[in-house]
Design a protein. Structure first.
Length: 217
C-alpha cells in the first residue's frame, strides 16, 4: 500500500488526514504551505491543476476533492469502518457529509475569502458580514444534529468523517468571530474527537489550536 496525502494545516484536508490516522495504515503526510504559495508551484499544479488541498496519491492514482477522497479511502480500507457499511445509516452519513461539503464549507469560503466573489472592496465587506450570519446558522444545524445523535459519534458507532468535519467547521468559526463554546454539544464532540490518540497525532502534526476565537476588544 502506497498512500500519500497532501494537506495544509487547518484546512479541510484535516478530514482525510484524521481518517488515515484512525485507519491505522501507513501513509506519507506532505504539508503544503498555502501562505507560501506551494499550492501554485508548477510541480503541484502538474498534480492538481486546481491548486487545492487535499490531494491523495494512491499508487499511480491522484485523487482530488474531499468527498471523492473519503469515499475512495472507505472503499480502499473497508476494515477501518470510516463510514457505516450499509443501509440507511450509511446513506444518512453520506447525505450529511455532502451537505457539509456543498453548503457549510462554501459559506465559510464567503467569510474567509470574499474576494473570490467580488473585486469590490465594499461588496467584499458586505459578503463577509452576511456570510458570518449564515455560517452561525449552519453551525446551529450541526449543533442540533450532535445534540440528538443516538450513536457515540456523529458518524455512527465509530468516529469518522462527520466528526472531523464538524471539528473543522467549529474551529473555523473562531476565525469568523464565533465562540465555539456557544455550541456546547459540538464543542464537546470536537474536544473528544481531538483527544483520540490517532487524531491527536494529526492535531500535533498540523500544530492546531482548537479554539482560535478572540473576543472583540
Amino acid at each position: 500500500m502506497s498512500l500519500k496525502l497532501y494537506y495544509a494545516p487547518g484546512a479541510c484536508s484535516f478530514v482525510p488526514h484524521s481518517l488515515l490516522e484512525l485507519a491505522g495504515v501507513p501513509f506519507e503526510p506532505v504539508m503544503v504551505k498555502l501562505h507560501k504559495g506551494e499550492h501554485q508551484t508548477p510541480e503541484y499544479l502538474a498534480m492538481n491543476p486546481r491548486g487545492q488541498v487535499p490531494v491523495l496519491v494512491d499508487g499511480a492514482d491522484v485523487i482530488t476533492q474531499i468527498v471523492a477522497i473519503v469515499l475512495h479511502l472507505d472503499q480502499r480500507l473497508p476494515e477501518a469502518g470510516l463510514l457505516p457499511k450499509t443501509g440507511v445509516e450509511r446513506t444518512r452519513v453520506i447525505e450529511t457529509f455532502v451537505w457539509m461539503n456543498n453548503t457549510v464549507h462554501p459559506t465559510f469560503t464567503h467569510v474567509f475569502m470574499p474576494q473570490k466573489f467580488t473585486d469590490n472592496t465594499d461588496a467584499q465587506a458586505a459578503v463577509k458580514a452576511f456570510a458570518v450570519g449564515k455560517y452561525r446558522e449552519l453551525l446551529g444545524e450541526i449543533e442540533a444534529m450532535v445534540a440528538k445523535k443516538a450513536t457515540p459519534w456523529l458518524t455512527g458507532a465509530n468516529p469518522g468523517v462527520l466528526d472531523a468535519y464538524a471539528l473543522t467547521f467549529l474551529r473555523w468559526g473562531g476565525f469568523a468571530g464565533i465562540d465555539p463554546t456557544t455550541f456546547p454539544h459540538t464543542w464537546a464532540l470536537a474536544q473528544a474527537f481531538a483527544a483520540l490518540p490517532a487524531v491527536a497525532r494529526v492535531v500535533e502534526r498540523e500544530k492546531l489550536q482548537l479554539n482560535v476565537y478572540r473576543p472583540a476588544a
